[in-house]
Ligand binder design. Structure first.
Ligand code: PSU
Ligand code: MN
Length: 317
């Protein structure tokens, strides 16, 4: 059941009742993206996965709020029926932050990426967002200038983002450089390395490691108290026993990149194309790893959001 909690000047937000109640009472909520449902996985695995991800957030102690745009309104907390409909309907557009005004104005529908999700989360008053794989600087970006809007939006939205790094279809060294240049804090939770989605490590050492949930909560608040209106990025790796070896997928990525080039795949279609190619090539092994990382990231997101809500309540008391 949904209700209209709050009408932003020109942006209607529709809150799921459970999410609205949690926010009103200062209980933890984790915002989740919907582009991973429509563009990340095929039906019906996408619907089943989205349900498991929501459960994982609950297991971590928080309320899940999957975000999308429907009928020109930002939905904060998709119902099971919403998730099933988005998962099963082909052609729902991928909506990044720059696409939001047009989709809202036309009364349209859209699946939100990480970039548009952090915009929506901040509007909705949700300080935590979780997604296993964020966008980044693409390989060959020095030629194509293809840098995901996710990174640029991180410099503008006051949200804590919990992720398992990004898939190595991207140039993760350049991605780390970009985050450093743009003053976005990157903290790895209980790990020394920046992870690469279903690989435990990208081979890049993380700039910061923190092992204590309460210290992370304090660091997030300190980042904002220092006057930054931007994202605080937290990484958590896939479980060791489910991980895929980085070398194993490297050849596949190179192959998929030249195939994309030959086929003229470009712009915002490239990410889905490469992810699907890698998923196909690592058949079997990757779907298990994929599921595992989506769930473990969401659970850690739930735990960290819960610690953060406790921290805020202790401070307010
Ligand atoms: N990278 C991943 N998994 C994903 C995505 C990226 O490892 O699911 C999706 C997310 O929705 C992300 C979007 O926000 O792709 C970024 O697309 P682009 O590279 O076009 O900005
Ligand atoms: Mn792009």
């Amino acid at each position: 059941m949904t209700m209209l909690r709050h009408q932003h000047e020109n942006i209607p937000l529709v809150f799921h009742e459970e999410v609205a109640d949690a926010l009103n009472e200062g209980r933890p909520v984790v915002a989740l993206e919907s582009n991973v449902i429509t563009h990340g996985l095929p039906y019906p695995e996408n619907a089943a996965t989205a349900r498991k991800v929501a459960q994982a957030v609950r297991a971590g102690g928080s309320v899940p709020a999957t975000l999308c745009i429907d009928d020109g309104k930002i939905v904060v907390g998709m119902s099971d029926a919403d998730i099933e409909r988005f998962a099963a309907t082909p052609g729902i557009p991928k909506v990044s932050s720059r696409d939001m005004p047009v989709v809202v104005a036309r009364g349209g529908i859209g699946a939100l990426t990480v970039a548009s999700s952090v915009v929506a989360a901040e509007l909705a008053g949700i300080p935590f967002f979780s997604s296993a794989g964020i966008g980044g600087v693409h390989r060959g970006a020095e030629r194509t200038m293809d840098v995901s809007s996710d990174l640029i939006q991180f410099t503008r939205s006051k949200v804590a983002v919990v992720c398992a790094g990004a898939k190595s279809i991207l140039d993760l060294n350049l991605t780390m450089e970009y985050l450093e240049t743009q003053c976005v804090p990157v903290v790895s939770y209980r790990s020394d390395d920046f992870p690469a989605f279903y690989c435990v490590s990208s081979g890049i050492r993380s700039p910061q490691r923190l092992d204590d949930e309460m210290v992370i909560a304090r660091a997030v608040e300190a980042h904002w108290a220092l006057g930054n209106h931007s994202t605080f990025l937290i990484t958590t790796p896939v479980r060791e026993e489910d991980a895929i070896d980085a070398a194993e997928i490297e050849a596949t990525i190179a192959e998929a990149m030249s195939a994309a080039d030959r086929e003229g795949v470009r712009g915002n279609a490239i990410t889905k194309y490469l992810m699907r190619a890698v998923d196909r090539a690592t058949e079997g092994r990757s779907s298990a790893a994929n599921m595992s990382v989506l769930i473990s990231t969401a659970e850690v997101g739930g735990r960290l959001a819960a610690a953060h809500a406790r921290y805020r309540q202790e401070r307010a008391a």
